[in-house]
Design a protein around this ligand. Structure first.
Ligand SMILES: [Cu+2]
Length: 153
């Protein structure tokens, strides 16, 4: 009886130590300056930007938000003399490296906006993450809307 109790206690302690040692990937991910461009009436798409830094290697596998039917990570590519953009399947976040999502670079594309993005308002944006072992987690950000033409401060 005592032995059995002790085994359970040791197992629980093991889990607690493991959890403390590894943390959760989403808790470790640092996000700075998450913002999105305000939209004008009739505009159906916009972009969201932020800086991401993780102490452990992570992959950003998907993004979603209640304000847009479709949210995708996009990159800009030079095509001759013009820029075009396309969806990135997975965005790698190397350990300790700041990845900047900014206008004219990597960005979160918001398609089919369900409501206008009004400067000064906020909306949630959820990042779906996967670590090196394939463990999935999510982190939901508070994104502030900045005026059209606004840039990072
Ligand atoms: Cu885009």
């Amino acid at each position: 009886m005592m032995t059995r109790f002790r085994n359970v206690a040791v197992t629980l302690l093991g889990w607690i130590v493991l959890a403390a040692a590894t943390g959760t990937p989403e808790a470790a991910l640092e996000v700075h300056d998450a913002w999105a461009r305000a939209s004008v009436p009739g505009q159906t798409a916009s972009g969201a930007f932020m800086e991401l830094k993780s102490p452990v290697g992570l992959e950003l596998t998907a993004v979603r938000t209640p304000v847009a039917a479709v949210a995708e990570v996009h990159e800009m590519v030079q095509n001759g003399d013009r820029m075009s953009m396309h969806a990135v399947g997975k965005l790698t976040l190397p350990a300790g490296t700041t990845i900047e999502l900014k206008p004219n670079g990597l960005h979160v594309m918001l398609f089919d906006l369900k409501q206008p993005l009004v400067a000064g308002e906020h909306f949630p944006l959820t990042l779906e993450l996967s670590d090196a072992k394939g463990r999935k987690s999510e982190k939901t950000l508070d994104v502030v809307v900045r005026p059209l033409g606004g840039t990072a401060p």
